[in-house]
Ligand binder design. Structure first.
Ligand code: PLP
Length: 220
């Protein structure tokens, strides 16, 4: 089943868009099945779960952290994580920088933006980020590398709403690129789209999609 699901999704994704197979809550056996189909990028949203799976499974797996990250949990993922999608505060970014330094690493990060209607979703607004840049809040963080933006659309059947939220994230990316990252080649990622909306996300410029239940089945 996982092999078929992966094959189907890969058919919908252009070569230049990265699929992250969201394996949160799923047992390692299912990750191994996907890995044996050639999938190397997996997404987790609990720090300890990522740590345990990273220690147990193949070392060439690229682990993505996609959920809200508490500062006191950064230490668990710092040795293993390939990309943190969910930087939603300066304090968190500083903590990631500190733990990355301890591990002699530079950790790639995305800035998460609040684009959805739901209040519960985390993330910056464009205005907040512009103020932080103007205050030089992200300077002197040698062990983090900001490579793009991430967002989650409203959980809704309204495709026009969802599409407009993705357009909003793409626009935020463009503004940051032109105002602050014009000359930074590796600021290029837009992580948006999940099982229900990844095709719309790709149409609106996603470079990374995060797909879980369409690969591994529903989570309980
Ligand atoms: C769980 C999760 C996903 C995957 O959701 P599916 O609907 O199962 O594809 C993607 N992104 C984030 C941030 C998530 O928490």
């Amino acid at each position: 089943m996982i092999a078929n699901n992966l094959a189907l999704i890969k058919k919908n994704i252009p070569k230049n868009v990265r699929l992250v197979a969201v394996s949160k809550t799923k047992p390692s056996e299912l990750i191994v099945t996907a890995y044996n189909e050639g999938e190397l990028h997996f997404g987790e949203n609990k720090a300890l779960e990522l740590k345990e799976k990273a220690e147990e499974l193949a070392k060439d797996i690229k682990w993505h952290f996609i959920g809200h990250l508490q500062r006191n949990k950064v230490k668990y993922i710092a040795p293993y994580v390939y990309l943190i999608h969910s930087i939603d505060s300066t304090r968190l970014l500083k903590e990631v920088n500190k733990e990355a330094a301890k591990n002699n690493r530079i950790i790639n990060c995305l800035l998460q933006f609040h684009i959805a209607k739901e209040e519960s979703k985390y993330g910056f607004s464009l205005l907040e980020i512009q103020q932080l840049f103007n205050d030089n809040a992200f300077d002197n963080l040698a062990n983090v590398n900001i490579v793009g933006v991430m967002g989650m659309a409203t959980f809704s059947d309204d495709k026009i709403l969802v599409r407009n939220e993705f357009k909003k994230l793409k626009n935020i990316f463009n503004v940051l690129k032109s105002e602050f990252y014009e000359s930074k080649e590796d600021f290029k990622e837009i992580s948006m789209g999940m099982s229900g909306d990844y095709i719309i996300a790709i149409e609106e410029g996603a470079t990374i999609v995060r797909v879980g239940s369409s690969i591994f089945g529903n989570r309980s």
